[in-house]
Design a binder for this molecule. Structure first.
Ligand code: AHG
Ligand code: MN
Ligand code: MN
Length: 329
């Protein structure tokens, strides 16, 4: 039976806002707008098999990846929700070549970068997909230029993701711990279900696409071999790789482990994008006492040079990331 002591996402955000004398409500509004877009996407995903939204859209995006109809749909939902909310000056999206400035909102205080639908190639086969977002407080007013998005991850005001899985969950941080909310779809409300999430310091899961092993540098190959070692005839690790970053990350965060998407010989910078995949996940990980790296420095310390920049990505349990770095380097 469901407890009556529900803390809704809206209550939670309001309560946090009330703790800050300088809070104007703008930030709360943005989180609510993101939650709204998430609910709309949840609705479509849960009926995608019935609708017209399955399959490729026929468009190749700026990443030279085949866009799915739901990528485009999700992108429009997020853009509309943030535009209507009125508290965001501009957005950067995986699905948009360039940043998008909202007319009449030149003096809004926040900008948002997002991956509207992560893992979208999995949508047709009923595997969890997600949305990832990163919010920055602006340092100036006036029309936003691209360089405003090129800030280090450690400056993010908030970061989060929505996972559309066996249930839909929104997980976010404002730099004061990580909290998870599960969507009760019968009432259309995100309810606090995972307060103050902490990634186990250790973990037995390693998540990496081993199909690429021959394309990884030697250090990564050494680490994969290490994960496959046995002691007393028993495995030391178990491999889990879904191919949806949000789902792989979420599982590892709750169970403990490491996710790695390294560079390959054909793509030394890896596949995942710094601004709207790695930075937000790294902030969440570090806020949950985990760790992140590109193999050299913390993801949050990287100075971005382009909005769609890719970086090698290691993230997860603190001890796992440390150990991996010691073997790789
Ligand atoms: P997106 O669907 O937003 O382009 O991201 C897909 C990403 C990520 O979710 C996942 O971890 C990775 O692609 C898997 O890539 P491989 O198929 O190369 O393993
Ligand atoms: Mn993605
Ligand atoms: Mn995507």
């Amino acid at each position: 039976m469901r407890s009556n002591n529900i803390t809704t996402l809206t209550d939670f955000i309001l309560e946090k806002g009330n703790n800050h004398a300088e809070a104007t409500g703008d930030f709360s509004r943005i989180l609510n707008d993101i939650a709204l877009a998430g609910k709309i996407i949840h609705r479509e995903i849960n009926s995608a098999g019935l609708g017209e939204l399955l399959g490729a859209s026929g468009v190749t995006n700026v990443q030279e990846e085949e866009q799915q109809k739901l990528d485009d749909y999700a992108d429009i939902q997020f853009i509309n929700a943030l535009k209507m909310g009125g508290k965001v000056a501009a957005i950067a999206s995986e699905e948009q070549d360039d940043i998008l400035c909202f007319e009449g909102k030149e003096d809004a205080k926040y900008i948002v970068a997002f991956d509207p639908l992560d893992g979208s190639s999995n949508i047709d086969v009923n595997i969890p997909v997600g949305t990832i977002f990163s919010i920055f407080k602006r340092e100036r007013k006036g029309k936003v230029t691209q360089d405003e998005f090129l800030r280090k991850g450690k400056d993010q005001a908030a970061a989060g993701y929505i996972i559309y899985g066996s249930s839909t969950m929104l997980v976010y941080t404002t730099g004061n711990g990580v909290n998870g909310f599960t969507l009760d779809s019968t009432i259309g409300v995100f309810c606090l279900s995972h307060p103050n999430i902490k990634i186990p310091v250790e973990g037995g899961i390693y998540s990496i696409n081993e199909g690429n092993t021959e394309l990884y540098e030697e250090g990564i190959q050494r680490y994969i071999a290490y994960c496959k070692e046995t002691t007393n005839g028993k495995r030391t690790h178990t491999g889990r790789f879904i191919g949806s970053l949000v789902a792989d990350f979420h599982r590892n965060m709750l169970k403990g482990g490491i996710f790695i998407y390294p560079g390959t010989t054909d793509k030394p910078e890896g596949k995942l994008r710094l601004l709207y995949e790695c930075n937000p996940m790294a902030m969440i990980a570090e806020q949950a006492y985990g760790s992140s790296s590109d193999g050299k420095i913390s993801i949050l310390e990287i100075q971005p040079e382009a909005i769609h920049q890719r970086v090698p990505f290691l993230v997860g349990s603190k001890n796992k990331v440390e150990k991996a770095l010691s073997i790789i380097q």
